[in-house]
Design a binder for this molecule. Structure first.
Ligand code: AMP
Length: 553
């Protein structure tokens, strides 16, 4: 999208798609689900919605039919745009089949637009429209709808600490401005640069730094459809060499994975085009930071650890922009962006002053990229983000302010875990598993995982007469995959007799976390447990499980 001809191609595609949507009755304000992997047509689908004032909700194409249906129902989508199939890391993904299953229960959906990513033919029903065929009949010109600065641009679902994902709403002017200025200044994007953000458009990073930020700046944006290991662990760097990428923006989980394959896959390719490297989605550990900086960046590129969230629209804390040549401390997000005023709060809701302190990370004044509401539930928006610390936006993360006044993110403070940079409420996994008839209760916690950053560990209670424990565990795994997504499936499922609960019946996940982190000698205050003897019981089950695991590996 670097040269005018390419720009025209994208505009042409966007307008034809926009006219197709209009022809089938999609109007300003309607919601449209996009269930597509990263491709030029997926970008055009987002922009086509924006052009006619429809609101897109991109659903990551790895989510199950049930997750997709939940999002379509919650947002009342009138149309879905998808592909016949997807292609990922050499595998074919049956996208249309998943959509068919999802829309069975979605009466609001009038049409499903189906594009062709492969040559396979798929079943086409009454409401299915072959997208490219229809686009070919449409004019390549479509006047953009005029919109108010505060009209909705898109919504994107993200996990919270309860079971139901939230439709985070971003609006026109503020979001676009914030995506554009952060893209320009955090990465030092210059006209003519090739910006390579390898995120999927199913997440906010793909929205802000694959699509909207780079395109608002008239930039060239790389679309990465593959995986870091396909066909081999040199894929990213081969792409950098081939496209002469200047800014490379990726996730710590991929860096951790790739560093295991050694330096040779990196060094095989010319990376002299690189100027800035970026990391996003989860805390980056020192080893990963150093490898990214020294090996990938040849110790000469600027490496920015960028902290932000679906709700913040764009990057809020990052080492750049800053004075020229200012220090970058490894594995630290460091400096608030223009207009961002971070505040750390103590347990009593008071602002913590001074340096070398830790607390709940809040932001003290609004900024253009801040989400405006949760679709259909403004009260939940207020309750989640603005109630705990009145007058402040609460991020859900904890942070440390160093003696120099720089910020380091310490992780989530709620029951949200971050698997390979993807946010997931443990309650969502629990809700899915609780549907198994043999499983009355579950508790899911995050635990440190070498590659994924965090993984899910499930404690389950079985009904007394349950035989075939292994089969139940297998069934639970497939329930989670089909109700949420494969990445949400717990790595460990441990059967226990009871869960540790307070006298008021609340599961004390803190105790489970300590057990799994092998810190059972430091459980903290367990006097509020209904029956403290339960700790020894779970510890015993956990030790046995660990012994079995190491025997079988
Ligand atoms: P999402 O909205 O899915 O992008 O997830 C946002 C969450 O990811 C944040 O609340 C953090 O917990 C985590 N996160 C994102 N970027 C970083 C970062 N650079 N360092 C530490 N945690 C991060």
């Amino acid at each position: 999208m670097h040269y005018p001809t390419f720009n025209r191609e994208l505009l042409d595609m966007t307008c034809r798609l926009a006219n197709t949507l209009k022809k089938y009755g999609v109007q300003k304000g309607d919601r449209v689900a996009i269930y597509m992997p990263v491709t030029p047509l997926a970008v055009a689908a987002m922009l086509a919605c924006a052009r006619i004032g429809a609101i897109h909700t991109v659903v990551f194409a790895g989510f199950s039919a049930e997750s997709l249906a939940g999002r379509i129902i919650d947002s009342g989508c009138k149309a879905v745009i998808t592909y016949n199939q997807g292609v990922r890391g050499g595998r074919v993904v049956e996208l249309k089949k998943t959509v068919d299953e999802a829309v069975k229960n979605c009466p609001s959906v009038k049409h499903v637009f189906v594009a062709q990513r492969t040559d396979s033919t798929v079943h086409m029903g009454n409401r299915d429209i072959p997208l490219e065929e229809e686009m070919a009949k449409e004019a390549p010109v479509c006047a953009p709808e005029s919109m108010d600065s505060e009209d909705m641009l898109f919504m994107l679902y993200t996990s919270g600490s309860t079971g139901k994902p939230k439709g985070i709403v971003h609006t026109q002017a503020g979001y676009l401005l914030y995506a554009a200025v952060t893209h320009k200044h955090v990465f030092d994007y210059q006209q003519g640069d090739v910006f390579g953000c390898v995120a999927d458009i199913g997440w906010i990073t793909g929205h802000s730094y694959v699509v909207y930020g780079p395109l608002c700046n008239g930039g060239t944006s790389v679309l990465f459809e593959s995986t870091p290991l396909y066909p081999d662990p040199g894929r990213y760097w081969e792409t950098v060499q081939r496209l002469k990428i200047n800014q490379f923006y990726g996730a710590p989980t991929a860096v951790r994975l790739l560093l295991k394959y050694g330096d040779k896959w990196v060094k095989k390719y010319d990376r002299s085009s690189l100027k800035t490297l970026g990391s996003v989605g989860e805390p980056i550990n020192h080893e990963a930071w150093q490898w990214f900086y020294n090996v990938v960046g040849d110790s000469r590129c600027t490496l920015v650890d960028t902290w932000w969230q679906t709700e913040t629209g764009g990057i809020c804390i990052a080492p750049r922009p800053s004075e020229e040549g200012a220090d970058i401390i490894p594995a630290m997000a460091m400096r608030p962006f223009f207009g961002i005023i971070p505040a750390l709060m103590d347990e009593n809701g008071r602002v913590i002053e001074g340096n070398d302190v830790s607390g709940a990370l809040c932001i003290a004044q609004p900024w253009p990229g801040l989400a405006r509401t949760i679709y259909g539930d403004h009260q939940r928006f207020i309750d989640t983000y603005f109630k705990l610390y009145p007058g402040y936006y609460f991020t859900g993360d904890g942070a440390y302010r160093s003696s120099e006044g720089y910020y380091q993110i310490t992780g989530r403070m709620d029951d949200v875990i971050n698997i390979s940079g993807h946010r997931l409420g443990t309650a969502e996994i629990e809700d899915a598993m609780d549907e198994h008839p043999a499983v009355p209760e579950t508790a899911v916690i995050g635990y440190p995982h070498e590659i994924k950053g965090e993984g899910a560990f499930a404690f389950i209670v079985l009904k007394e007469d349950t035989a075939h424990t292994e089969r139940v565990k297998e069934e639970l795994r497939s329930i989670v995959a089909s109700k949420i997504a494969k990445y949400a499936v717990p790595d460990h499922v441990l059967v226990v007799k009871r869960l540790p609960k307070t006298r008021s019946g609340k599961i004390m996940r803190r105790v489970l976390k300590k057990i799994v982190a092998d810190q059972s000698s430091d459980l903290g205050d367990v006097t509020t447990l209904d029956d403290p003897s339960i700790v020894a019981e779970i510890l015993d089950a956990y030790q046995k499980y660990k012994t079995e695991q190491s025997a079988s590996s």
